[in-house]
Design a protein around this ligand. Structure first.
Ligand code: WT7
Length: 647
């Protein structure tokens, strides 16, 4: 990310925008920020008054068992109540909550009252098949309204949802279900992606082979008519439409304790299998509510569109929980951005007059490549705010977004955060913060960032750290409290949260994210641990060892390059390459495929036997290599370089 070091352009918020914004000046931001840091408990308690509680808290923050923080202990509430029920009392009752567009062009609109009815019926259906408070429910659905309804139905009855992105393979589903002991799976017969049907139910059937914990599978009919082309297991499988058809249209909300588990979301780390990130009720609720309100400057008339999938944290926080707590009208789209053509997103913006548009840098770079003509065909004048998330955005893509999509009028919020943080952490405040292309700028309220060395000294460029807990912070890793402490709290003796990113502070005090400092690679905004791929490769009988690195990629941000050593005497050719790719598809999912697989007789190692990943990255980027004399066997590098150039 050297390019961002030379970026000096600065864009003040447009006066027309700032005039009506919740936070409309740098002074207004500073005042609130200082208040939030000086007395966080008072700040969060005041914000919490905007939400509905069955019982108020005894205390705002309990740090006695840090890093297992408790927010609002003693309080009772329900996320689904705050997303749906509380809007039924006033003028929002018949407001459109969800404007959904399927990839084939079918549409549905659900008002808040519709959502309430459908969620209640769904929740009653789940109860009927035995789902109870605290049970884990895996959700493997395409981007259809039932995905949001399923999440809310779980929250309503206190079941812990774990949404699995529909691009994951059967093995990945199985690992997640086994890790959390899910008893129920909600899926669909299929979903549309690039004019093809993803056969989700078949994948679930495969995933459930040999799994004992799951006794119920609920199947939404989406992609196929009758007769149903996939297996139906009597006693275990239930058609969603039959399960809900005669359910009562009301279902009381479970009164949840503030720290009751709300959901698990699996994400990749540097070692081992993906970890189940735990989010709980009250803190996550408040944090997603408030970040949505201020960072998107969300107003009653807005038409909000976050293009993420609910299967990732962005969809949890900024499709389901944040926007719905704010009674937003939002767009949900099922399919690909280039189906039937590259103008699909802009057609949707025009059709529904979207005002807020939140997407990922990888999508922006794809739009740039597809060309401006796709935008020129559509009226984008309804847009008033743009956002980006998931990976660092290169200044060139930022400027294109600003000019071509935002017509130099819309502020861009470049939001840095993580699955673990629950919501936005570093981000411009749209009416207050002057933006810089490629920069996540300033902290949200209550967030105190620092840039440190490994030893904990403050520096201008180093490792990002967060002091003080905030309400949306993860509460643990499912079933593994030690891993939770080791991963996030050990680096600086428990004094700071360690997110795993590098950062730099500029002369204005703005923070620039420089990418991961660990072995996590961000491919099109999807977080992949290199160790996960490596452990798949070494399962192949011909493979001795493997190392996977991330390298810059024009569209995806980063791509994966795999170095694989083959057991002596075994063939390494395109056939093996194909088998290895199939193994990745099968154990993780197609999105984790490496760009290239290079074979060699050995990997470059230090004399103490440690694989030199930095050197592999340099080879994979075609860089000039520095000193290789510390290598156990320097000839290994020459062989790899030769291969890299040939391939
Ligand atoms: C990692 C978290 C946040 C929801 C989607 C990804 C990178 C995320 C930005 C940004 C630079 C970013 C970081 C972070 N990242 N947003 N605006 N600028 N980098 O969530 O899968 O938990 O990944 O994504 O490296 O650690 P995730």
């Amino acid at each position: 990310m050297e390019s961002v070091s030379h970026e000096n352009r600065k864009f003040e918020p447009h006066p027309d925008f700032a005039k009506d914004a919740y936070i409309g000046s740098p002074e207004a931001y500073r005042e609130l920020y200082e208040k939030s840091i000086a007395d966080p408990e008072a700040f969060w308690a005041e914000a919490a008054e905007e939400l509905d509680w069955f019982k108020k808290w005894d205390k705002v923050l309990d740090e006695s068992e840090a890093p297992f923080f408790k927010w609002f202990p003693g309080a009772k509430t329900n996320l689904c109540y705050n997303c749906v029920d509380r809007h039924l009392k006033g003028p929002n009752r018949n407001k459109a909550a969800l404007i959904w567009e399927g990839e084939p062009g079918d549409t549905r609109v659900l008002t808040y009252q519709d959502v309430h009815r459908e969620v209640c019926k769904f929740a009653n259906g789940l109860k009927q098949i035995g789902v109870k408070k605290g049970d884990r429910v895996a959700i493997y659905l395409p981007m259809i309204p039932e995905l949001t309804l399923a999440v809310l139905a779980c929250a309503r009855i206190g079941a812990v949802h774990t949404v699995i992105f529909a691009g994951f393979s059967a093995e990945s589903i199985r690992d997640r279900i086994n890790d959390c002991g899910a008893t129920c799976v909600i899926t669909a017969d299929g979903g549309w992606r690039r004019e093809r049907v993803l056969s989700l139910k078949n994948t679930v059937d495969e995933a459930l082979e040999g799994v004992d914990s799951v006794s119920n599978v609920v199947v939404v009919k989406r992609a196929h008519g009758d007769p149903f082309p996939c297996h139906y297991k009597e006693g275990r499988d239930h058609w969603y439409h039959r399960l809900v058809q005669d359910q009562p249209i009301d279902c009381p909300c479970e009164e949840m304790d503030a720290e009751d588990m709300l959901f698990l979301l699996y994400t990749s780390g540097t070692t081992g299998k993906p970890k189940g990130i735990i989010h709980t009720t009250a803190g996550y609720m408040l944090y997603t509510y408030l970040t949505t309100k201020y960072i998107f400057d969300l107003k009653p008339d807005d038409v909000f569109w976050c293009t993420a999938d609910v299967g990732w944290i962005t969809g949890h926080s900024y499709i389901v929980y944040g926007p719905m707590q704010n009674a937003a009208t939002q767009i949900m789209y099922e399919g690909a951005p280039n189906t039937p053509d590259e103008g699909r997103f802009w057609e949707i913006v025009e059709k529904y007059r979207a005002t807020i548009f939140y997407t990922a840098p990888t999508a922006i770079r794809a739009f740039m490549k597809w060309g401006d003509k796709w935008l020129e065909k559509h009226d984008l004048s309804s847009l008033r705010l743009l956002g980006t998330v998931g990976e660092p955005i290169n200044p060139e893509a930022w400027i294109w977004y600003h000019k071509q999509v935002g017509a130099e009028r819309c502020p861009i919020v470049d939001t840095w955060w993580q699955t673990e943080t629950g919501g936005h952490m570093l981000t411009p405040i749209p009416g207050a913060t002057a933006t810089k292309p490629g920069c996540a700028t300033v902290p949200f309220f209550g967030i105190e960032p620092a840039i440190l060395t490994d030893e904990g000294e403050e520096v201008d460029a180093g490792i990002l750290a967060i002091k003080k807990p905030w309400p949306g912070i993860l509460r643990g890793i499912y079933g593994d409290p030690e891993r939770f402490k080791d991963t996030y709290w050990c680096k600086w003796d428990g004094k700071y949260y360690f997110p795993g990113d590098g950062a730099r502070r500029d002369k204005d005090g703005y923070i620039w994210i420089l990418g991961r400092v660990d072995d996590v690679v961000n491919v099109s905004g999807h977080r992949i641990g290199t160790a996960e791929l490596e452990s798949v490769f070494v399962e192949h009988k011909d493979v001795a060892e493997s190392a996977v690195v991330g390298v810059p990629h024009e569209i995806k941000g980063q791509g994966l390059i795999a170095f694989v050593t083959v057991i002596q005497g075994r063939e390494h050719d395109d056939h093996l390459r194909k088998e290895l790719v199939e193994m990745i598809d099968k154990s993780i999912g197609k999105f984790a495929r490496p760009e290239r697989i290079l074979f060699s007789s050995d990997l470059p190692k230090t004399r103490s036997g440690k694989i030199m990943r930095r050197l592999l990255r340099d080879i994979a980027e075609g860089k000039e290599l520095g000193n290789t004399t510390t290598l156990a066997d320097p000839s290994v590098v020459e062989e790899l370089q030769r291969q890299y150039e040939e391939a």
